[in-house]
Design a binder for this molecule. Sequence first.
Ligand SMILES: Nc1nc2c(c(=O)[nH]1)N[C@H]1C(S)=C(S)[C@@H](COP(=O)(O)OP(=O)(O)OC[C@H]3O[C@@H](n4cnc5c(N)ncnc54)[C@H](O)[C@@H]3O)O[C@H]1N2
Ligand code: MOO
Length: 409
Amino acid sequence: MKDLLNLITPEEALYLLKSNFNVSLKAAEIELSQAFGKILAKPVEAQENLPPFSRSTVDGYAVFAEDTFGATETFPVLLKLRGEIGMGEVPEFTLGPGEAVRIFTGGALPEGTDSVVMVEHTEQFDEETIAVMRPVAPGENVIAAGEDFKEGEVVLEKGTRIRAQELGVLAALGYGRVTVYKPLKVGIISTGDELVPVETKLKPGQIRDTNAYLLVGRILDLGMQPVYFGIVPDKFEELMKAIKAALSETDIVLLSGGTSMGVKDMVVDAINSLGTPGVLFHGLAIKPGKPTIGGGINGKPILGLPGHPASALMVFERIGVPFLSYLSGLKSSYEPRVKATLTINLPSKTGQEDLYRVMLTQKEQNYLAMPLLGKSGLINTLTRADGYVIVPLDLEGLHAGEEVEVILF
Ligand SMILES: Nc1nc2c(c(=O)[nH]1)N[C@H]1C(S)=C(S)[C@@H](COP(=O)(O)OP(=O)(O)OC[C@H]3O[C@@H](n4cnc5c(N)ncnc54)[C@H](O)[C@@H]3O)O[C@H]1N2
Ligand code: MOO
């Protein structure tokens, strides 16, 4: 069997993919309640100050701070009480010197006041007077109008992924509808005569399609739309038909299996015979994942992932996630990372990037990264993993006790 020649680095592979393919993203205006996980197609500005009026952050009395200066428990300052501001009301009067008004948490401060004394630092002196026992500074216990966001300010940039936080701010600013990119449609094809659907009672030699579900999960995680085109046997014509169908309905196609140099591994030939540019690379200086194929047809990219489940997922993490994030319109790639201390030595060949799945445990203030060693045909290293560590190309390995960056998945 021939070995793969001309291995390229994962970064070179990403560069080739990014420079050859670009999806023209469609934008659509949707309801805010449907926007979770989507990507903003336009920047969002504050249409008004947030908060729109100065608000109290406590229950107490709105005052003019200077009036309270010098107040102590023994020598409280007496202020004239001008009634109370109900929640949701706008006070119609202006407070004069030496006056206070009852206010609740979140209530709007009236003109003439600049701070709020907490109720527990006051006493009711008589019906019309309160005694203030502690001074407040101007602005104390108040959120000023526009303190959160100023009218006209860009609150969220184009390309921002909408998380819970973004939903909250969009709601606060009155955006019931937002313009987002239509999620990328990612086609998934599994290849192999031995593969059968999940519900199948296995006959000898059969294996249930695992990779498609690994990929569906991660694509959903990225806020994209997976489209499963099923299992294709190792037959050239059927493979061509499936790739064509997937390309016509989706923005990018992920294949798994059929990437190595076996007699039946015909993915390369299928991609090359369907159009240009065809296969751009076959073989990465990466472990697992060496037989990975990258290319595309008529502007649509195709990524051929190795069949072993751990290889398929690790290549998807290393190449697929940044490439799909790039295509999706995200302003920056979405790969959460944590620092952790490596528990054992990790060997690596120079000139090859090694991707080690790791389990994280907490030790005092730090995380420990425990590598999960195992063949890439096993699935248990994936289910136990919290993320992975990259041993860079130019290193012969990493040492126990070293601080590493764990990319979470
Ligand atoms: N003589 C050599 N053999 C192999 C080499 C090599 O260099 N020389 N490379 C090995 C490496 S590394 C990998 S990775 C695999 C890649 O294999 P393929 O991409 O060609 O995939 P298959 O041969 O179709 O399958 C490999 C393995 O994975 C199982 N598989 C495939 N698809 C799925 C799926 N959707 N769900 C679950 N399991 C799947 C398949 O049954 C095989 O066991 O090649 C090595 N061989
Ligand atoms: O590259 Mo294979 O993907 O090492 O198991």
